[in-house]
Design a protein around this ligand. Structure first.
Ligand code: PMV
Length: 310
């Protein structure tokens, strides 16, 4: 029996602009998805697993140049909410591919697993940047930039978020968006055709902010962090990826001195997935969240990426 687990991911900043070759900073988050694989004569697969199998197995067969695979049973358990910007599809692709390769006695190789996970993500997302799979595979903090279709700069950073910052985060689940990531990416692409100036400004501003965010995280500068997250969120709002309800929730957090932003593709109507919120005085933030009855959770950031569980 082989068990492989992958963490979730969060976009600290750079979602959507990453699709257009701008940098993004992502972090792994300590909600894990585990795939258990074992030999089986009579494996049973439910509908969801069959769908997944149809995506993953051809990728593995092509890579290993084999036509058939031995029978195996697969069990998936996950703490990552689906379709909420926490990288559930990247985590399932990476953990499944990692577990299946292990089962086939292929040497553990994160770079290979990451490349194959990207192939699988393409089936889920259409035109993903590759940031999600890179973060769940490598873990920690990741600087990501898609230079071209074939070249991606994935730089796992040598430092993680200092606890001074990381312990002041709270995550609010605003609900699964009606749209999937591919819809939101398409929406921005259409906007770029209709209003190129709006999207060009968004890209330039977001790139500047992502670059400023790097030293800000390293130094643990709270004031700057609040400013960058606020500006990054406002910027995402200009391209229409944050619903009205979520925008007004975020304004309330800003009004008490905090900062909040969507993480990932967002949503146009209703829920926008998990929103990351931060306040130099976390107690104030928690008070507001509780009084508004918002579903929240906390989780460690910058945790280990894909790993074989003992
Ligand atoms: O919501 P998620 O976890 O699928 O993140 C999507 C991030 C985008 O920048 C919108 C798309 C991408 O592939 O980078």
């Amino acid at each position: 029996m082989i068990k492989v687990s992958a963490p979730g991911k969060l976009h600290l900043l750079g979602e959507h602009s990453a699709v257009y070759g701008k940098p993004a900073i992502l972090t792994s988050v300590n909600l894990r998805l585990t795939v258990t694989i074992s030999a089986s004569v009579n494996p049973v697969f439910n509908r969801e697993l069959i769908q997944l199998k149809k995506i993953i197995e051809p990728i593995i067969k092509k890579q290993l140049e084999i036509e058939t695979l031995p029978n195996y049973q697969l069990v998936i358990s996950s703490q990552i909410p689906i379709g909420s910007g926490l990288g559930s599809s990247a985590a399932v692709c990476a953990a499944y591919i990692g577990a299946l390769l292990c089962f086939l006695e292929v040497k553990w190789d994160l770079s290979l697993i990451n490349r194959l996970s990207y192939e699988a993500e393409k089936v889920f997302q259409g035109n993903p940047s590759g940031g999600d799979n890179s973060t769940v595979v490598y873990g920690g903090l990741v600087w990501f930039r898609k230079e071209s279709v074939d070249l991606k700069l994935i730089q796992p950073l040598s430092f993680t978020i200092p606890s001074k910052l990381s312990k002041k985060f709270i995550f609010i689940n605003t609900g699964k968006p009606k749209e999937i990531t591919a819809d939101m990416v398409k929406l921005v692409r259409e906007l770029a055709k209709k209003k190129p100036k709006v999207v060009e400004k968004f890209l330039a501003d977001q790139e500047k902010l992502v670059k400023e965010l790097l030293p800000t995280i390293k130094e643990g500068n709270e004031q700057e962090f609040v400013r960058i997250i606020r500006e990054g969120e406002r910027n995402l709002e200009t391209i229409g990826v944050v619903s009205k309800t979520v925008r007004s929730m975020i304004r309330k957090i800003e009004a008490i001195g905090g900062a909040a932003k969507i993480s990932g593709a967002g949503g146009k109507i209703g829920g926008a997935g998990v929103v990351l919120t931060f306040h130099p005085d976390k107690a104030k933030l928690l008070k507001l969240i509780k009084s508004d009855n918002l579903p929240y959770f906390t989780a460690d950031l910058g945790v280990e990426g894909l790993k074989i569980e003992s």
